[in-house]
Design a binder for this molecule. Structure first.
Ligand code: DGL
Length: 259
């Protein structure tokens, strides 16, 4: 059993959507969240650069004595998780777009996916999509510009609404019944997306599944915390503290990190 913290990183503030799910399932676990906002977005960067950034984030969290790392970023997972697993000696949990459940449940046989360029062009995404959605019309859309707007505190802006309208239209025209959110920043868009999508279109993301998997892997490795006191949750960002705080709400321990 381990009292060490769980380390979580993302290219920015979006991975807090995953942190929230993990904290719900594992409220007794200490966590350290690292928001590499200064390098966001990772999506348009090449695989080599993404690996380099993920390596740096992992080293930072391991220096803080983390027992397990959650890569709370689809772009980082689909491009760098193999590298991380072969180069560091702790368990890693990654996140991938939930294309499988969407494809299995779709009645219209048309599913939309909104993700970054880095995720949609990755070998891992192609493999999963080919395996589970070969008989489905998958409308892929790169969410260019969305992450920078969120990182700049413009979640509820006209700019965001216009971008999303543009990105959703081909999916609506194709009669999708599921929209897969393939980026951890995007769950924060759900209220806007629900407003723009036709009634009945369901939105899926992988947050809950990642939290369940985190618990299962901790258990399997005998790493679950035995603490009965309140957990300590620390957030570090090399970007804007206010944006991180707005997404988390008040009462969290957020520090600037020159990283
Ligand atoms: N949250 C990251 C993801 O899940 C955003 C990627 C980016 O920085 O472009 O893909």
């Amino acid at each position: 059993m381990s009292k060490q913290p769980i380390g979580i990183f993302d290219s920015g503030v979006g991975g807090t959507s995953i942190w929230k799910e993990i904290h719900k399932v594992l409220p007794q676990e200490d966590t350290i969240y690292l928001s590499d906002s200064i390098h966001a977005p990772y999506g348009p960067k090449g695989k080599e650069r993404i690996i380099e950034l993920c390596k740096k984030n992992t080293e930072y969290l391991l220096d803080k004595n983390c027992k397990l790392i959650v890569v709370a970023c689809n772009t980082a997972t689909t491009n760098a998780i193999d590298y991380l697993r072969s180069n560091f000696n702790v368990p890693f949990i990654g996140i991938e777009p939930a294309i499988k459940p969407a494809a299995l449940q779709s009645k219209t046989k048309a599913v939309g996916i909104l993700a970054t360029k880095g995720t949609l062009s990755s070998a891992l995404f192609h493999k999963t999509s080919g395996e589970f959605a070969s008989d489905i019309n998958v409308i892929e859309q790169v969410g260019e510009g969305i992450v920078p707007l969120i990182e700049n505190g413009k979640l509820y802006s006209d700019e965001m609404k216009s971008l999303l309208k543009l990105y959703l239209q081909p999916m609506i025209d194709t009669n999708i019944d599921y929209l897969v959110l393939g980026c951890t920043h995007y769950p924060y868009l759900i209220p806007i997306l629900l407003d723009l999508l036709p009634k009945g279109v369901k939105i899926i993301d992988s947050g809950e599944a990642v939290a369940r998997q985190t618990k299962a892997v901790l258990k399997k490795n005998n790493l679950l915390s035995t603490k009965h006191t309140k957990s300590k949750n620390t957030f570090f960002t090399n970007g804007n503290l206010d944006v991180l705080q707005q997404l988390l709400g008040l009462g969290y321990d957020i520090d600037y990190l020159d990283f």
